[in-house]
Write a protein that binds this ligand. Structure first.
Ligand SMILES: NC(=O)c1ccc[n+]([C@@H]2O[C@H](COP(=O)([O-])OP(=O)(O)OC[C@H]3O[C@@H](n4cnc5c(N)ncnc54)[C@H](OP(=O)(O)O)[C@@H]3O)[C@@H](O)[C@H]2O)c1
Length: 273
């Protein structure tokens, strides 16, 4: 009998193949089945801010004319979804910009939503690490122009905004969401934004984009690690099409580029991450 893809049993998932790893990385001691599927262990020093993206071979991470274009860019890779879930399962907060919230009108930034078949394993990891069942969703919106009915806000969420944005939101958010005003006007200071999250006990913060927010956090020196899945696709671009690359709105070169060091490399078919 055919089953919908997202409820296929976990046994059908092939483990990722570990191609390279720097010795001595932090290790949470993942439950055995998670470690087998991930192709080794995973962990973070704390506090840490880590980001996760999927990009095409030609560097496209978003096609703004398409909803949920990152799923298109990931080319249906179940193993990319599995890693997305694993990274969420490690996080105290998942941090996104308002653009990413708008682009996924049905989105929920939980581990089980990324890859439902591994939900019990993600839950076990969170239990072992004495973490609540789900990470907090933290949305950055200086303007406060977000949909208060977005399903992502229906469970423990923070909206990091300016005083102007807070005034615009008023009391329109559900009770599950808390407004955190940072500064009087937009844009708000990325350093103060992360400090506010850390002050709330969120020591492991996973940034899931988009490229505008990621660029700002990187420019402020706040990003410790980037998990980048390279999907075996060319997305292309025309002169008029505003497809987004990994960093938008911030320039690093010419001048001082951001040095990156390879920590691990895994392969899932022709996807690498
Ligand atoms: N391929 C992937 O892995 C991946 C991952 C994530 C997202 N995406 C895609 O990326 C696209 C969205 O990216 P994006 O770069 O346009 O948007 P974004 O970074 O998600 O959000 C930008 C918005 O966040 C708010 N913001 C960011 N920094 C701020 C600051 N310092 N102060 C105040 N507000 C701030 C602003 O909201 P206000 O305008 O409300 O003030 C801004 O317009 C979507 O299509 C999404 O699907 C792809």
């Amino acid at each position: 009998m055919n089953q919908p893809a997202d409820v296929r049993p976990l046994e059908t998932l092939q483990p990722l193949e570990l191609l390279f790893e720097t010795p001595g990385l932090a290790d949470f001691g993942l439950p055995l089945e998670l470690a087998e599927l991930y192709g080794g262990s995973l962990g973070f020093l704390e506090p840490r801010l880590y980001a996760n993206f999927v990009a095409s071979v030609d560097g496209v991470v978003a096609i703004p004319t398409e909803t949920e274009s990152s799923q298109m860019i990931a080319a249906g890779s179940k193993r990319d979804r599995f890693v997305m879930g694993l990274l969420r399962a490690c996080a105290d907060a998942v941090l996104i910009g308002a653009g990413t919230l708008h682009a996924s009108p049905r989105g929920q930034w939980t581990a089980e939503h990324a890859y439902p078949p591994a939900a019990p394993l993600y839950a076990e990891l969170r239990r072992l690490r004495n973490r609540p069942a789900r990470p907090t969703l933290a949305v950055v919106s200086g303007s406060g122009r977000i949909d208060p009915h977005h399903p992502g806000l229906a469970e423990r969420a923070l909206v990091l905004t300016s005083e102007q944005g807070a005034a615009r939101l008023g009391d329109r958010l559900p009770r599950s969401a808390t407004i955190v005003p940072i500064g009087s006007e937009s844009p708000i200071d990325p350093v103060a934004t992360i400090e506010a999250l850390r002050a709330g006990g969120h020591t492991l913060i996973l940034c899931e984009g988009g490229p505008t927010l990621f660029g700002e956090l990187t420019a402020a020196g706040l990003v410790d690690e980037l998990f980048l899945t390279l999907s075996p696709l060319l997305a292309g671009r025309s002169a008029t099409d505003r497809r987004l690359s990994l960093v938008e709105g911030t320039e690093f070169l010419p001048g001082s580029g951001v040095d990156c060091k390879l920590l691990t490399l895994r392969r899932a078919g022709s996807h690498t991450s």
